[in-house]
Design a protein around this ligand. Structure first.
Ligand code: N01
Length: 485
């Protein structure tokens, strides 16, 4: 075989896509195109701009290892600041020319000539040797099927498609959903709303943290003056953070009990009203769902204009919401903080692999991949932040960089003429998923709560191993796990 430069299409320009573009460019790949359906880069940070949006991971950790930023304004950055950071990284690292914005991929199909045909919403067809899906996890908003919702007289807005012209000041606002988003949006809207009703189907444990804290004066100056020190601090924080999170989530330990005790203490100390506290107290262990962190929610929900509504929603009427007990509460605006179709990955894009198999059929019971990145039946296709990515424990930037580096090693083999096609075996994929299922046993995600981590067949779609295991699994390609052509 003679080698040649692979034509690579990356789908998505969020954290995973930006990282992939950077890594491939650094490895000398010259034919890389990133297709992004939004009109800007940033992924989740482009699509989400609801009031109160902040990242609950400290900014000095929630950043690319290859582009650390010294001068974050806040210890926990706002969504706007993070979105600006992504744009700046793309500009400063010279990635802009690789990215085509406003280009939605609707189809990708593998053919007999061993290539992918990628079709965009505009009908354009592009040919690629490799497709890399960096399409994100929490992307497609979930709108609940509540009777009457379509007939509500006022605005209904999903947090992930926020209308920046919507003014909720002086309005009666109903917020449905109490994940990280619902908690942030209630805290932000409560001070100016005439009233705010928070509809909570399952209570959440909330860890208190001073989220609006400003980065300490002098930190930015020191970190920019000493970039090596900055990188070292970043690495230490990222390593320490993932070690702690992996420890508390994946096996019972005193550290898990300490974090859980802190969650319980936050509720006891910050909510003195026993009736309200009882309604706010979940019936499952802290950390079982994606942990919610907030410095302001308990204050907001205690306010005189706020109500926590735990009676189930029976229907939406043109004027408000009727709960299962028959009570009706008027509302001017309904905010859906109801989360995402978290297991869609690249779908609803149509993805057709070898022998015309459809990803919808292969993943009918839930998404499965090999080491987060390869899917049997789909040659020369990889995912970055694919199934089992560590959204509950390890830095997504680190995971993306590691996965992109792993993929780059296969692309180098193509370039060197050592392969033209590569497809992971069923056996290796099954073995990996069996190991995942076994390792999920002692995790806190498996302790009896419902969450977006669970797939249709009840599997936990997360990474149950530590960072070292991830580095080992993605450090070098294992040819025995693949059909190479
Ligand atoms: O979504 P969710 P999210 N009637 O799926 C409720 C990340 N994130 O957007 O639990 C009533 O967690 C549902 O109730 P239940 C973070 O990873 C990060 O809040 O199913 N309620 C639940 O309360 C997070 O975990 C940041 O009973 C209904 C809520 O809607 C992830 O995004 C900020 C309902 C959905 O919660 C998703 O969070 C924000 C119905 N019919 C988000 N249907 C950072 O700070 C659904 N619900 C980094």
């Amino acid at each position: 075989m003679t080698g040649r430069e692979p034509r690579v299409i990356v789908i998505g320009a969020g954290v995973a896509g930006i990282t992939t573009a950077y890594v491939l460019r650094e490895r000398g790949f010259t034919d890389v195109t990133v297709l992004e359906k939004g009109s800007d880069v940033g992924g989740v940070w482009y699509w989400n701009h609801y009031p109160g949006l902040r990242c609950d991971v400290p900014s000095q950790v929630y950043q690319f290892g290859f582009a650390p930023k010294a001068d974050w304004q806040h210890t926990w950055a706002t969504g706007t600041a993070i979105q600006r950071y992504h744009r700046d990284v793309v500009d400063q690292l010279g990635l802009t020319s690789l990215i085509r914005l406003n280009t939605e991929v609707t189809d990708a199909e593998w053919d007999e000539q061993h290539r992918w045909t990628v079709t965009t919403a505009a009908g354009e067809q592009l040919i690629a040797d490799f497709v890399i899906c960096a399409t994100g996890v929490l992307h497609h908003p979930f709108t609940p099927d509540i009777p009457g919702l379509a007939d509500f007289a006022g605005p209904v807005v999903h947090t992930a498609r926020w209308d920046d012209d919507l003014d909720t000041a002086g309005k009666r606002v109903a917020v449905i959903g109490t994940g990280s988003t619902g908690v942030q949006v209630v805290s932000a809207l409560q001070p100016d709303a005439a009233s705010i009703d928070h509809y909570v189907r399952s209570a959440q444990w909330i860890l208190w943290a001073p989220m609006s804290f400003r980065q300490l004066p002098g930190v930015a100056a020191v970190l920019s003056r000493f970039p090596k020190l900055h990188r070292r601090i970043y690495r230490l924080m990222a390593l320490g953070g993932s070690a702690l999170l992996t420890d508390v989530t994946t096996r019972p330990s005193w550290r898990r009990r300490a974090v859980q005790a802190y969650a319980r203490a936050c509720l006891r100390i910050l909510v003195r009203d026993k009736e309200l506290r009882a309604k706010l107290e979940p019936d499952y262990q802290p950390l079982c769902k994606r942990q919610v962190i907030s410095g302001s929610y308990y204050r907001a929900i205690r306010a005189a204009n706020a109500d926590l509504v735990t009676d189930g929603i029976a229907e939406v009427t043109p004027r408000g919401i009727r709960t299962a007990d028959g009570a009706h509460r008027d509302a001017d605006v309904i905010v859906l903080a109801t989360g995402f179709h978290a297991h869609n990955y690249m779908r609803p894009m149509r993805l057709i692999g070898r022998n015309r198999i459809d990803i919808d059929d292969v993943w009918a019971k839930g998404p499965r991949a090999y080491r987060m990145t390869a899917i049997p039946g789909f040659p020369n296709l990889f995912t970055v932040l694919g199934p089992n990515s560590p959204t509950g424990s390890i830095s997504l930037q680190y995971t993306s960089e590691l996965t992109a580096g792993y993929i780059a090693q296969w692309l180098e083999k193509f370039r060197a003429g050592e392969l033209t096609t590569i497809e992971v075996t069923d056996q290796a994929t099954t073995r990996f998923n069996d190991d995942v299922a076994t390792a999920m046993g002692p995790t806190v995600w498996n302790t009896g709560c419902n969450s977006w981590y669970l797939t249709e067949d009840g599997a936990v779609d997360l990474w149950p191993f530590d960072r070292t295991t991830m580095s080992a699994m993605l450090g070098s390609p294992d040819p025995a796990d693949f059909h190479l052509g």
